[in-house]
Each structure stands twice: as C-alpha cells, then as structure tokens.
Design a protein around this ligand. Structure first.
Ligand SMILES: Cc1cc2nc3c(=O)[nH]c(=O)nc-3n(C[C@H](O)[C@H](O)[C@H](O)COP(=O)(O)OP(=O)(O)OC[C@H]3O[C@@H](n4cnc5c(N)ncnc54)[C@H](O)[C@@H]3O)c2cc1C
Length: 538
C-alpha cells in the first residue's frame, strides 16, 4: 500500500468474507475513504489461515459464497459439494481482484489498539507496524473463529519434534509420511484432519477430551443438472436462506419427535443421515433442542451408527459422546472419521478412560501416566471464539473504559453489532448475533448491509456518532439468555458456551432464535426503520 494518508472515514479490521464485503459496500456504494488492516499476508481470513489437511467448508458451496455479486453466482463453478480450503481461497482472491479490493487493504498489519477520542469523535487506531490512523467509524471484521486457542500445556517448549496448531499450519503443509503423529482434539477441525493424516502417518495417536457426535458429510461432485437448476433459481435460493432459521435450506420437521412412532422416526433419521451435511442437525425434529427425551432419540440413532462402524467395541465406547445433548456443540461432518479408528496405525487416547494430557515431554506426550513418543504434534484445539479477537483489539471507549473490563463477566452487546460506551464501533457477526449458529456468509452480508445503511442514514441526517444505549443493551443480553435458557445448549461444555477455555466466563456466545436469522434480520430492520431504536445518535 503506497497511500500514506492517516485519516479515513472508516477503518475495517480483517479481510475475510466480512472485511472484503464491508470495504466493497462502504467504498463503492457510499464513496467512503476506507482502510482495511489485515494481520495475514493476503485476503481470505479463515481460508487463508486454516490450511490443515482436509480443511474444507461444511456449508454447501452453492450457499457458502457471496450472494451480492449476482453475476459471479452464475459464473463461478464449485468443484464439489464442500470445496477444500485452497479452492475457497481462490474464490475469495478472484472476488478481491474482480472488485479491486486489495488497493485499500494493508496486509501484514495487526491492529493492536484503538481509542475513541471524545473531543474529535474519531477512533485512533494503532497497528503493529508502528502506524496510527484515525477514522470516524471502526468496524471489527475480525472473525468469530480467528483467535487461536493453544491451551498452556506444561512442557511444550521442551518438545524436540515439530508442532503446530491447525489454524496456523505452515504454507506448503507438513509431510507426515513415515512419522509418528499426535492430534490433540476431536472437534470439527480434527474430524476433518484425522482421516487425512492417518493415510500418511506411520502411527497416528488421537488425544480426545470429549467425544463428538459426527454425522456424514457425503461430499462429492454435485449433479450438473442440480447445479443448473439452482443457478436458474438463485434469486429464490437467496431469499429463502435469508429468511430461514440457520441461513441454509434446512427446515425443522414440523412435529415433535416424541409424537412419532419408532418406524416413522427411523425413516426420517435415515433420510437425513443419507442426505448428509447439516441436515441431521438443522432439519431434524425441533423438540430435540429443547427436550432431553426427544434429544435422546436422535442421539441414540448416532450412537448406534458409531457402534456399527467402529469394529473394536472398547474404542467404539470411547467414541460415544456422554454427558451432553446432541446438537449442542458445533456439528462435525464426517468423511471416514469413525472408519479411521479401525486402522491398525491409529490409536485413541481418551481423557476420561485413559487419563488426560499431563505434560508435553522432549519426545512426546505424557497422558494418564503413560509416555507416548512423537515426531509431530498437531493441536486441533480450536479458538477463543467470538470474544477473543475483539478483546485482542484493546479497545477503549468513552471515559477510557476498556472492552476487556466491560466484558469481564462475558460479552454485553446490542444485537451483536454494537457495544454501549463504544460509539461508532460496529462488530460484524459479533457475540449475541446469530453468527456461528448460521451459514455465516448470510449473517455477514446482513450485518454489512445493515451497517452500511446505518452509516448512510447518519450522513444523510448529519449525525456524527451512534452508540447503543445501556438499557437497550441490557434488554438484548437478557433476551439472548432467556431464549437459550429454554434449550439444552446451556448444558454442554461447548465453545458456544465459552467452556472450551479454562477461566473464560461461562456465557452463551451467539444468538439463537426464536425465529432464527430471518427473525433476527427483521428485528434489525425494524429497529432501523424506527429511527435506530435503542441507539443514541448525536
Ligand atoms: C476450519 C473452519 C471451517 C469453517 N467452516 C464453515 C462453514 O462450513 N460454514 C460457515 O458458515 N462457517 C464456517 N466457518 C466459519 C468462518 O470463520 C466463516 O464462515 C467466515 O469465513 C468468517 O469470515 P470473517 O471475515 O468474518 O472472519 P475471518 O475469516 O476469520 O477473517 C477475520 C480476519 O481478521 C483478521 N484479524 C483479526 N484480528 C485482527 C487484528 N487485530 N488486526 C488485523 N487483522 C485481524 C484475521 O487475520 C482474519 O484474516 C469455518 C471456520 C473454520 C475455522
């Protein structure tokens, strides 16, 4: 970036799906002067950083893309139902080129702090390149899953082999051929990576803290006739996903599972299982999210599948989830995951039955009092989800108050897009918005368009600041919690509940319903139409 100007209308932090579209909307629709700061060396966000073997999206490709470029929806050809990371990155690079985005993005630049100056009403934004810029608006497009979580394992610095986190995989990958490899973690990422690594490694040992309910992905080429039909009717597809519960073309079965006969529900379970992807999770009987007995019926179906697939009954038992309801953790999609545990070169070490990780040693891992030797350790330990990347911005709002202190007990936002006391700050797919409980491009586009409309409204009406009122924020937080408390979600030690990281205050991070992303969109639009209810404009 040759431009040395230091004053902007808006600074956007992050250049993934969110930051790219935010730049496009503010620059090309409103004509604003925008600077994007991105820590990575190019665009892509998630799809730049997560290069582990098997990395691919779990949303169907025809809806895991931007819908605002109508021509590109017609032109772009995805190779598979769930494309791999390099293909998604290629797609995003193509979007960046097509819309000339890179000229306004400063790469290799991490925002390390930002303060709202109450006199000038500008954000002062600092970066790790030593620069400082000012902007009327600060937009956090930092991602929900971008802040790597590496638990503080004792002894990691003494390990003599290679180690890495899945979200910071080296360019060019790692050759696992002939190596003794450990994978730590069994979440959605690990479920993608484990079958791939097992094919190369001499010996793979998987360290499991909590067994997951995995359902089949059923990846593959999409029937060209279906691709054609979807393209011919894309407008309808886009309208439906915007109005849907989760941003997918999935709809709950309009009947409680508890009101079905065993034959009827087995037929439905088989149908969803065969359809693959998130159908079993998001197009199931809705009472499964609310009623433990209903949930047990769905969970039991998956448990039977695990027992049928995994040949060694002791290993199968370790892989059977226990102590939490199905669907309350991020759904991993399985391509040969359970089958992988039938291989002779794969060993499962389960924290509950074999003992948890005690220490990383010079030669490997000690768990349950036993030493395991490795050449390579891969940590698939996830993220400090949602609040992590926002807190890392070291934001200071009115009166110098920090976001870190304000969120000491968990996130407090209005609609997941604004925070009281932090004027002119917007958070794309922030905590307490549908975000990670949706097909994210749908939620990202909704926030970007709402923020753009809001800034346009401010400019037209001569307002310079907007901020959530503490009352509206309190009501929103209470509403988010009231809804989720009616579900089984709060019973799981999931990252949705902030429970994957020791010491993180237990709080439900996204927003669930009651009418899903469609209802949330209508609510946001209604608030805007009523003069930005719950916000103070000055
Ligand atoms: C492995 C994986 C698979 C996924 N699969 C799906 C899926 O199938 N469907 C789905 O809907 N979602 C999926 N997601 C969620 C995914 O994150 C979103 O779909 C989407 O890519 C988010 O885009 P974003 O731009 O909001 O955030 P990101 O893509 O995370 O981009 C945020 C960017 O901000 C940058 N950044 C953060 N902090 C700073 C800072 N302080 N200074 C400068 N730059 C900063 C980061 O470097 C990053 O590049 C997946 C996530 C992962 C990790």
């Amino acid at each position: 970036m040759a431009d040395t100007t230091s004053q902007f209308d808006a600074v956007v932090v992050g250049a993934g799906f969110s930051g790219m579209y935010m730049l496009k909307a503010l620059r090309d629709r409103l004509g604003l002067k925008v600077r994007v700061c991105e820590a990575g060396e190019t665009i892509g966000g998630t799809w730049y950083w997560n290069r582990y073997p098997g990395a691919r999206c779990d949303s169907d490709s025809y809806i895991y893309c931007f819908t605002w470029d109508k021509q590109l929806l017609q032109e772009w050809e995805w190779s598979e139902r769930y494309p791999e990371q390099p293909e998604i990155l290629r797609y995003l690079e193509h979007v960046a080129q097509r819309h000339d985005l890179k000229r306004d993005i400063q790469f290799d630049t991490r925002v390390t702090g930002a303060e709202f100056d109450e006199v000038t009403r500008l954000w002062r934004v600092r970066t790790d390149t030593g620069g400082e810029v000012t902007a009327s608006f600060l937009i956090a497009a930092v991602g929900s899953l971008s802040d790597t979580n590496l638990p503080p394992f004792k002894g990691l610095n003494q390990f003599k082999g290679k180690w890495c986190h899945t979200s910071r995989f080296p360019q060019g990958g790692i050759d696992f051929t002939g190596k003794r490899v450990a994978v730590v973690g069994t979440g959605a990422t690990a479920v993608q990576a484990i079958p791939e690594i097992a094919q190369q490694a001499k010996q793979l040992t998987v360290f499991q803290r909590t067994a997951n309910y995995c359902v089949p992905a059923r990846n593959g080429k999409v029937d060209p006739e279906l691709v054609k039909a979807r393209k011919a009717a894309y407008e309808g597809v886009v309208e439906r996903i915007k109005d849907s519960f989760f941003g997918f073309e999935h709809y709950f079965i309009p009947k409680p599972v508890l009101a079905t006969t065993p034959e009827e529900r087995e037929r439905e379970f088989d149908r969803m299982w065969d359809a693959g992807g998130f159908a079993f999770w998001l197009a199931n009987y809705q009472d499964m999210f609310f009623d433990q007995k209903a949930n047990d019926l769905c969970a039991d179906y998956i448990k039977r599948k695990i027992r049928k697939t995994v040949k060694d009954p002791v290993v199968a038992e370790k892989l059977i989830p226990k102590g939490y309801a199905y669907g309350t953790k991020r759904q991993p999609l399985d391509t040969n995951y359970y089958e992988t545990f039938n291989k002779d070169n794969v060993l499962l070490v389960d924290a509950n039955t074999d003992g948890g990780i005690e220490e990383i040693t010079a030669t490997g891992i000690r768990a349950g009092g036993k030493e395991y030797e490795f050449d390579i350790i891969v940590f698939a330990t996830g993220f400090d989800a949602m609040t992590g990347p926002l807190k890392a911005l070291n934001l200071k709002g009115r009166g110098g108050r920090t976001l870190d202190r304000q969120w000491a007990g968990g996130p407090h936002t209005y609609l997941g897009v604004a925070v009281a006391g932090f004027p002119n700050l917007f958070t794309i797919t922030g905590p307490q918005s549908p975000s990670v409980l949706s097909n994210m491009p749908v939620s990202i586009e909704q926030h970007v368009e709402w923020i753009t409309d809001c800034i346009e409204h401010m400019r037209k009406t001569g307002k310079t600041t907007i901020e959530a009122t503490p009352e509206a924020q309190d009501q929103w937080v209470a509403h988010v919690n009231e809804i989720v408390n009616q579900t089984l979600m709060t019973g799981a030690n999931s990252w949705y509940m902030s429970a994957n990281i020791a010491g993180k205050p237990r709080a439900f991070l996204p927003y669930l319903g009651p009418e899903g992303v469609g209802g949330y969109r209508r609510k946001c639009d209604e608030i805007a139409a009523n003069g930005y209810q719950g916000f103070a404009l000055a």
